[in-house]
Write a protein that binds this ligand. Sequence first.
Ligand code: TYM
Length: 334
Amino acid sequence: MRVVSGIQTTGNLHLGNYLGAIRQWVAMQDALEGNGGQCLFFLADLHALTGNVSPQELANSTIEMAATLLAAGIDHRAILFNQSRVPAHAELCWILQGTARMGWLNRMTQWKDKAGKNREGASVGLFTYPVLQAADVLVYQATHVPVGEDQKQHLELARDIAAKFNTDFHVDLFPLPEPLVSKAAPRIMSLRDGSAKMSKSDPSDASRINLIDPDDMIAQKIRKSKTDPEPLPDNFDALAERPEAKNLVTIYAALAERTPQSVVEEFAGQGFGAFKPALADLAISVLAPMRDRLVRLLDDRGAVGAELAKGAERAQALAAPTLLAAQKAVGLQV
Ligand code: TYM
């Protein structure tokens, strides 16, 4: 198994990233130990350039997110690096731009959402963003890609690009990467709006729990999160029309590693006045040790940068043969 995944380096990592992606990454790193598999996790700093990120913010965010991944338990068993330090990503991306079709990219919901009505004013990189994402995984011949549900469409595109490349150039170079979406937390929603996903780019900081938030802020955000006046039912399915309530129960269950059904059974008949403090205590008990490790790691940002540099060397060595094979397949003289 070759497991590859990434995070775009803008803003802060939040609970959705943790439950939807990072926790799975740590589990896969542990599971693959000693069986010949390899995990690669990276900070997608080239992807960040497609938005309006300042140079200072980009530089800080790359180190802070790398430190967060280390604090969450990613270690030398996995390869951790930033994308821009492994030029094979960008080189393969260019080759794959010849394979990807405009029509495929036009259908990407993230492109439509992010560009909004101003398509003419959006960066070219925002449009071709999923081709770089395909290169990110294909350059390692990834077999599995652990992501939140929102990235599934990009992974399907990566599979389409891989299949078309293999067919067009009569090679068997790229395995079709399989998305692995967390069952417990495929899509954590905003604390302020149960119809929007928890997101780094939401202007309201109250909409998300950042992994760097202190305990009192975690408790306050949960206390002020949007809910409804009804008590909790004894059946999780009964929350289908109550998105904010459903989200909080989902978060509780994911943090406690329990089923949502067992959580509603425990709190059946109780209102959010009782549920929210229990959720806050649970969230703090899971997140505080990680945050404390993160704060310590951020005392030595140079050491985090050095880890990334070491990871990039290992990643480049794995990427090189695939890039060379792709170059040869298309007829480049290298
Ligand atoms: P990004 O940085 O938005 O998110 C990183 C990971 O966190 C997941 N995630 C969530 N999961 C559950 N609930 C949420 N509210 C939530 N918000 C985010 C995302 O699904 C993702 O797994 N384009 C990617 C980064 C990327 C990438 C790649 C991923 C670049 N190249 C190659 C996989 C493979 C992105 O912007 O994720």
